[in-house]
Write a protein that binds this ligand. Structure first.
Ligand SMILES: *[C@@H]1O[C@H](CO)[C@@H](O)[C@H](O)[C@H]1NC(C)=O
Ligand SMILES: *[C@@H]1O[C@H](CO)[C@@H](O)[C@H](O)[C@H]1NC(C)=O
Ligand SMILES: *[C@@H]1O[C@H](CO)[C@@H](O)[C@H](O)[C@H]1NC(C)=O
Ligand SMILES: *[C@@H]1O[C@H](CO)[C@@H](O)[C@H](O)[C@H]1NC(C)=O
Length: 495
């Protein structure tokens, strides 16, 4: 796997971790390292923000074959708030709820496990954390190094494998944080789309990571979740396992709602909004979802860039990653883009906050004072980012730009363009892995989309969710019920 040019730091760290792990476990195996670019951020600390922004298993059969799966989403992309989107998954027998970050930039699902000593116990995001205990779930199975899933990861059985050795993994993310543990297989509950605005529960056995050791930002409670749901294309991801096992097509869509929080995350064929003509091909044989960017416009003016800006030996192209909060542009792109964004506001006093954010005082509507940034991709597909999306409010009347520089071009001509939630929010983003294409359209992520049921051909609505506000409503609802009860009692007494 090409780890990508800009993950050298992470690669270095991972190599160190790898050797220590191999020494520690002598005889057990470590999963090949996956890289995710700059994904995690501190919820409260803006410094932490950028620093951390950095097979088929034949017996897996779903109890019912769904055409579409609806994942409940929560969170938002505001750097100074949650800064990430997460989904709720039911795992094990009996099933318990886990909250996992949705990440199209990595390839496995993992959750914090019972033997984890340094896993966060509490989360500032406001969700209840749960450690997964294989011993507590009657359907849990440990994956050993001689099993199909493990040998597929290593392209064969590794020397020294004994039937009782666990299949281990380690994932190092682009921000240098990492997770290590072993693979287990257990039942995961899915909300199958069973009608318009309707779901019913189905389940399937999925292999995922039992995270025994976390490091870096993953161990901090400021942004803690139970784990990460990697939505990458590798055979190890949940979507690939579902597609190999059930009748699910390798297609999914997300609509990350940066206005109200949460949004839509559905696996299946989206028929509305229609996107068929608005897709750009995925670059083959890359470790991430990569697309070919061709030009950038700021306020309707094409940014004058060197002709080799988006190719020049850069095999990674432009990465689309829901697990990253901000957006990173090569220095040669970042500079003119920022200049053009600020050109109509010559009297702004720019300040650098936390060494990385360009901030300024502004009291009017940012959408009136700043230009739209529009990216153009192969196949005449474009994507617009509005000022209220790329600027975030630090305090009242103080705004900061979310655009970040990914640095200079390296000698081999590579430089990274990474589009995170800053760019992906408030759009329906459709990943068609069957056709190896990706597309997007501006969309109200608080509304609903339509998916097609393969079996019947019926078209069903899938609604938006917002986990955090749903729990808020629940508390509100309970309070209201309680108050009503008290009022009735008083009335009865007075009558
Ligand atoms: C992934 O799974 C598919 C289908 O089961 C198989 O054809 C392919 O070789 C696998 N790829 C890798 C890299 O193991
Ligand atoms: C999974 O689904 C099957 C069939 O619907 C059901 O019998 C079983 O109890 C379910 N398992 C769990 C853990 O929910
Ligand atoms: C498949 O992807 C290509 C390239 O993005 C696109 O032109 C074509 O319309 C897509 N076909 C379908 C059936 O989605
Ligand atoms: C988005 O959709 C929701 C739910 O249908 C609706 O309440 C809201 O007004 C819509 N927002 C906009 C800006 O249209």
């Amino acid at each position: 796997m090409d780890p990508g040019p800009t993950s050298r730091l992470a690669l270095l760290i991972s190599t160190l971790l790898l050797s220590s792990l191999i020494l520690d476990v002598s005889g057990n195996f470590v999963f090949p390292v996956n890289h995710k670019f700059m994904g995690r951020r501190g919820r409260w600390s803006l410094s932490a923000l950028k620093a951390h922004d950095a097979r088929r298993h034949g017996r897996n059969l779903l109890s019912v074959s769904p055409s579409a799966v609806d994942l409940e989403l929560g969170g938002n992309g505001h750097p100074s708030e949650t800064g990430l989107y997460f989904a709720k998954l039911g795992i094990g027998s009996p099933s318990k709820d886990y909250y996992v970050q949705v990440d199209t930039g990595s390839d496995i699902l993992w959750v914090n496990c019972i033997e984890c000593a340094n896993c966060p116990k509490k989360s500032d995001i406001g969700v209840k954390l749960t450690l997964y205990d294989p011993g507590d779930s009657s359907s849990s199975e440990k994956i050993t190094c001689n099993q199909d899933f493990c040998t597929a990861q290593y392209n064969g059985q590794l020397p020294g494998c004994k039937p009782d050795l666990l299949c281990q993994y380690e994932v190092v993310y682009g921000d240098g944080s990492s997770t290590a543990g072993y693979f287990v297989k257990d039942v995961i509950q899915f909300d199958m789309v069973s009608g318009s605005h309707q779901t019913s529960v189905t389940n399937g056995s999925i292999v995922f990571g039992c995270g025994a050791k976390q490091s870096g930002q993953l161990g901090k409670s400021s942004e803690a979740l139970d784990g990460i749901l990697g939505f990458g294309q590798a055979n190890s991801s949940m979507i690939s396992q579902l597609a190999a096992a059930g009748k699910v097509k390798k297609q999914f869509a997300h609509c990350l709602d940066n206005v109200n929080g949460g949004g839509i995350f559905a696996i299946g064929e989206v028929v509305e909004p229609k996107l068929k003509l608005n897709t750009t091909p995925l670059v083959p044989k890359t470790a991430h979802y990569n697309v070919i960017m061709e030009a950038i416009e700021v306020g309707g003016v094409v940014v004058d860039l060197p002709s080799d800006t988006f190719d020049g030996g850069d095999k990674e192209g432009t990465i689309v990653d829901s697990g990253t909060t901000l957006a990173y542009l090569p220095q040669v792109v970042y500079e003119p883009v920022m200049t053009m964004i600020l050109s109509k506001q010559s009297d702004l006093k720019l300040r650098t906050v936390d060494d990385q954010f360009t901030c300024f005082q502004y009291s009017q509507n940012v959408d009136d004072g700043f230009p739209v940034v529009k990216f153009h991709f192969k196949n005449s597909v474009s994507l617009s980012v509005y000022p209220h999306e790329y600027l975030f409010q630090l305090r009242e009347e103080v705004w900061c730009s979310g655009w970040q520089s990914s640095g200079m071009k390296t000698k081999d001509g590579s430089s990274m363009t990474l589009l995170g939630d800053l760019v992906l929010s408030n759009k329906l983003v459709l990943y068609d892995l069957e056709n190896q294409s990706i597309g997007w359209i501006d969309y109200n992520c608080s509304s609903s989309i339509k998916v097609k049921d393969d079996m019947s051909g019926a078209i069903y609505n899938v609604d938006a969710h917002n986990i955090s506000s749903a729990s808020g409503l629940l508390i509100g609802g309970r309070l209201l019920t309680f108050l009503l009860f008290v009022i009735c009692m008083l009335l009865q007494i007075s009558i």
